[in-house]
Design a protein around this ligand. Structure first.
Ligand SMILES: *[C@@H]1O[C@H](CO)[C@@H](O)[C@H](O)[C@H]1NC(C)=O
Ligand SMILES: *[C@@H]1O[C@H](CO)[C@@H](O)[C@H](O)[C@H]1NC(C)=O
Ligand SMILES: *[C@@H]1O[C@H](CO)[C@@H](O)[C@H](O)[C@H]1NC(C)=O
Ligand SMILES: *[C@@H]1O[C@H](CO)[C@@H](O)[C@H](O)[C@H]1NC(C)=O
Ligand SMILES: *[C@@H]1O[C@H](CO)[C@@H](O)[C@H](O)[C@H]1NC(C)=O
Length: 248
């Protein structure tokens, strides 16, 4: 009887140690933070500073294109050119336009505004059309983008949108950011030929602003983690009570 109790005590102690170990995994794994390196040019920061690009910034973040750009600016020798649509460009889209797009189409729309080459304003005069955008090859007619100049004005057309550069936000020989006041619509997403679904009757500004709220898909995982920890605690305290009772 005495020996049996001792055996039970040792077994329970083992479980106690085991569950203690399991309940505290995150404490042991806090990663050391390295000091931030100077790093590539931060496009988000440039657009934030310029103001009036809040929707484009939110779209770039929600689609992960902002992170993609950081990597590209760090590695590419060709540089990057961005045609950044202003907030008023987005608010002049018809109501609910952004909300009808799939995640993939949002990525394509943002990438359609990015050229994987640095283009100074004087280079617009000699660039060969159609331009290649990050959204894909223009050769198949899905993402055509042409730039033409006349005098000081730089006109841009996607076939569905005609606009022109309205200002230079930033240029450093590797990255150029130009303001445009209309969203460039690629054929791949906005082809007028297939019957379009009826647009939702909603205020365009609010809809557009809501777009970048990325869906919170971590909730389910969090609740699972919480209930697991709760269960570990129940077992932990239960085992502790038995161990204490036995050792008294
Ligand atoms: C870029 O700038 C934005 C805004 O200032 C900031 O929130 C973000 O953390 C920066 N990204 C990097 C990689 O430094
Ligand atoms: C930039 O590139 C260097 C060398 O390829 C790499 O070590 C570094 O992690 C990169 N930094 C970022 C922010 O991508
Ligand atoms: C550029 O666009 C303006 C209107 O925005 C138009 O008057 C002009 O003819 C266009 N120029 C070219 C070369 O397409
Ligand atoms: C773009 O330019 C190419 C070559 O000049 C032309 O074939 C094409 O039709 C143009 N596309 C648009 C949308 O203007
Ligand atoms: C864009 O401009 C071209 C001529 O420069 C014209 O034929 C076309 O209809 C215009 N498209 C739109 C959507 O305004």
């Amino acid at each position: 009887m005495e020996q049996q109790q001792q055996h039970l005590f040792i077994t329970l102690s083992f479980f106690l140690v085991f569950f203690l170990h399991c309940s505290t995994p995150t404490l042991a794994q806090a990663p050391a933070l390295a000091p931030a390196p100077p790093g590539p040019t931060n496009v988000t920061k440039i657009l934030e500073k310029a103001g009036q690009f809040t929707i484009f910034i939110r779209l770039m973040k929600a689609t992960q294109v902002a992170n993609q750009l950081l990597g590209q600016l760090n590695n590419s020798n060709n540089g990057i050119t961005i045609f950044a649509p202003s907030d008023s460009a987005f608010s002049s889209l018809s109501a609910g336009t952004l909300n009808t797009l799939t995640d993939e189409q949002k990525v394509e729309l943002v990438q359609f505004h990015i050229i994987p080459t640095f283009l100074s304003s004087s280079q617009f005069q000699t660039v060969s059309n159609p331009l290649r955008t990050q959204a894909g090859d223009s050769a198949d007619g899905k993402f055509p983008l042409n730039v033409t100049t006349s005098g000081n004005s730089v006109n841009i057309t996607s076939g569905l949108t005609n606009t022109s550069v309205s200002g230079t936000i930033y240029t450093d020989g590797q990255l150029a950011v130009y303001q445009i006041d209309q969203v460039l619509k690629p054929y791949q997403i906005f082809d007028p030929k297939p019957p379009a679904p009826a647009p939702a009757p909603a205020k365009s500004k609010k809809k557009a602003a809501a777009i970048a709220e990325s869906p919170d898909d971590t909730t389910a995982d969090n609740s699972k983690a919480v209930s697991l920890t709760a269960m570990q605690n129940v077992v932990f305290w239960g085992v502790s009570a038995i161990v204490i009772a036995l050792s008294l």
